[in-house]
Design a protein around this ligand. Structure first.
Ligand code: GAR
Length: 210
């Protein structure tokens, strides 16, 4: 199967969705390791409960981004992953890191990219009066949150919807689309091409309305 390393910083609910979706003996991928930049990330406990190797690489222990990313790469590469999955990993990665995993690095972002790159996406969608919001899985390139999108889930924002409710609904949608994208990749169906993200011979994104 496809060896996967997952990078997290926090709760790891997307990690949990991936663990649950890869539970079967004949699953197309195996999560070999979880790496966190924060020792207190709850996702580390989720990984340990699933018997997955865990590592903590704290950015504050390194002089600069290059040194931090080099340490990350060293650990990740011991697992020889075909795929590296960012699941709520809240550090900006260097160009060197991104190039090293070009075509095998996925991220999930809580907005309908290209809208709302960066932080505070739910607040920004509400403040703008948007009628739709959602989440996107994309290949990571050197442009922050700018790589080709593979799949998006689109939600209608309800009248007077609270930020907490919208955040929860987007999170639930993330837990559907991230496993889908990882399964596609592990099955050899999803790839990064010069035209963008491709599923079999179809140019993506695939957008589902939930
Ligand atoms: C998710 O909502 C993910 O989209 C977001 O962090 C959350 C992590 O939740 N990622 C980013 O904002 C990346 N810039 P989780 O730890 O429960 O999976």
């Amino acid at each position: 199967p496809c060896n996967v390393v997952v990078l997290i910083s926090g709760s790891g609910s997307n990690l949990q969705a991936l663990i649950d979706s890869l539970d079967e003996d004949n699953s197309p991928a195996r999560i070999r390791a979880v790496v966190s930049n924060r020792a207190e990330a709850f996702g580390l406990q989720r990984a340990q409960a699933a018997n997955i190797d865990t590592h903590v690489v704290q950015h504050k222990d390194f002089a600069d981004r290059e040194a931090f990313d080099a340490a990350l790469m060293e650990i990740i590469d011991t697992y020889q992953p075909q795929l590296v999955v960012l699941a709520g990993f809240m550090r900006i990665l260097t160009a060197g890191f991104v190039r090293h995993y070009q075509g095998r690095l996925l991220n999930i972002h809580p907005s309908l990219l290209p809208k709302y790159k960066g932080l505070d996406t739910h607040r920004r969608a509400l403040d703008a009066g948007d009628r739709e919001h959602g989440c996107s899985v994309h290949f990571v390139t050197e442009e922050l949150d700018g790589g080709p999108v593979a799949i998006q889930a689109c939600l209608k924002i309800e009248p007077n919807e609270s930020i907490d409710k919208l955040t929860d609904r987007v999170h639930a949608a993330e837990h559907i689309i991230y496993p889908l994208a990882v399964h596609w990749f592990a099955e050899g169906r999803l790839r990064l091409a010069t035209q963008g993200a491709m599923l079999d011979d179809m140019l993506l994104p695939a957008t589902g309305h939930l």
